[in-house]
Ligand binder design. Structure first.
Ligand code: FEO
Length: 404
């Protein structure tokens, strides 16, 4: 067994034995510009226990890190907090190699693992708030359904006060730094927000209950060890507070204007609208879809109070890049936004009606009639675009203040 890669100490009894994926740029449709990590953790208790594992191609890297500490065959238990393949892909190969005494998962996890691997492996099912003793260490399991799949759970290590939080509180960020206190705070907040916006936003109602659930389980948490990105060993409450804020989806005085353009007419409309929106109290972000990825749009949308989308009409439909973004962000179920739509068209302008319907289905409150311009906007049309932006700016300020 190679020992090229080293385990990293996290607490008295816990070591990081995961893998760094510097190359990853697409995580189910999300642009992971900075790569990611798949974090697995080894608890060196009387019963040596592995928490989660890694994506199948990263098997050797994980095994090498484990072998830098103990012979892998000494692992007695494997806990699968979540069956998604980035954490379980190498499980069949791992089980064949080390033959642990127990594989442990939630009830939904046991089913999901079976449905992935179609195996004969017996999985011990644990319930919410159940404890398990590993000789000189004790674990507790906290069910966290839909964070990020129905099977998801946290595992808590008593004494080390360490929460293995699986997908929650993580980010896609490759690097040699294993801890958040080693990383620039701006990058940390941006990547944590991007991860929340693109993966966890649809589950915000459930996520809002997690801090209360941890409090009622009476867990003292000194370290949060997620399965992606760096570990929170200093002030883990910071990421919990960010999650509380993001889950609330309170509208801010920020307008996001998204568009694509065929012959620059919708682009000129967008720029005039942005000019109308702009004032000291409002942050405006303009995202032409020729330059921005859908997952960057989702990130900017997380704290926006207003969403404006523009599209030309092509064959009676949305422009393809706009259709893609609308489909993507609709699935993320953003809440508490006002909005409006606009676009240039040649003869039927149906894209704009489609856009209105999409925004209504998303629950966006349309605060202006759709703005349509035939072919190319003239000076008067651009002045109307500017006024349209200005009126929406006033409504955004009112909604972000909480005025009815
Ligand atoms: Fe990191 Fe839902 O998997």
């Amino acid at each position: 067994m190679s020992r090229t890669f080293q385990a990293i100490k996290v607490s008295d009894r816990v070591y990081w034995v995961g893998a760094i994926d510097w190359e990853l740029r697409n995580f189910h449709g999300y642009l992971t510009s900075r790569g990611t990590t798949y974090n697995a953790y080894l608890i060196l208790a009387d019963e040596i226990t592995l928490i989660d594992s890694v994506k199948a191609p990263m098997f050797d890297q994980m095994m090498s890190r484990i072998a830098s500490l103990v012979a892998p065959s000494e692992i007695r238990n494997i806990i699968s907090n979540h069956a998604e393949m980035d954490h379980s892909g190498c499980l069949p190969r791992l089980l064949q190699m080390i033959k642990p005494e127990r594989v442990i998962a939630s009830a939904q996890g046991e089913k999901a693992l079976q449905q992935h691997f179609h195996w004969d492996q017996k999985v011990q099912v644990v319930k919410d708030n159940e404890s398990m003793v590993l000789g000189n260490a004790s674990l507790r399991f906290i069910e966290t359904r839909m964070l990020h799949w129905p099977d998801s759970m946290f595992t808590y290590l008593e004494g080390d006060n360490l929460l293995f939080s699986n997908d929650a509180f993580g980010m896609h960020l490759a690097g040699t730094e294993r801890f958040t206190d080693q990383i620039d705070q701006t990058i940390l907040r941006y990547e944590a927000a991007k991860y929340y916006a693109n993966i966890l936003l649809p589950f915000s109602n459930l996520i809002a209950k997690v801090p209360g659930k941890l409090a009622s389980a009476d867990l003292k948490i000194d370290i949060i060890a997620p399965d992606h990105g760096p570990i929170w060993r200093r002030n883990p409450q910071q990421i919990v507070q960010w999650y509380i804020d993001w889950a609330a989806q309170k509208p801010s005085a920020k307008a996001l204007v998204v568009y694509d353009t065929m012959w620059q007419s919708t682009a000129r409309m967008a720029q005039a609208i942005v000019d109308g929106l702009s004032r000291d109290a409002i942050k405006v972000t303009l995202m032409p879809l020729g330059a921005f990825h859908r997952s960057d749009v989702a990130t900017e949308l997380l704290d926006a109070g207003a969403l404006l989308i523009g599209s030309p009409t092509i064959n009676g439909q949305l422009y393809p890049s706009v259709a893609e973004v609308v489909s993507y962000i609709k699935g993320l179920q953003p809440r508490n936004k006002i909005g409006a739509v606009f676009g240039s068209y040649g003869w039927n302008g149906l894209a704009i009606s489609h856009l209105e319907n999409h925004l209504k289905e998303m629950g966006v409150e349309l605060v202006e009639e759709a703005l349509r311009v035939r072919y190319v906007p003239d000076q008067q049309a651009l002045a109307e675009c500017r006024a349209f932006g200005s009126r929406i700016g006033e409504k955004l300020l009112a909604s972000s203040r909480g005025d009815s």
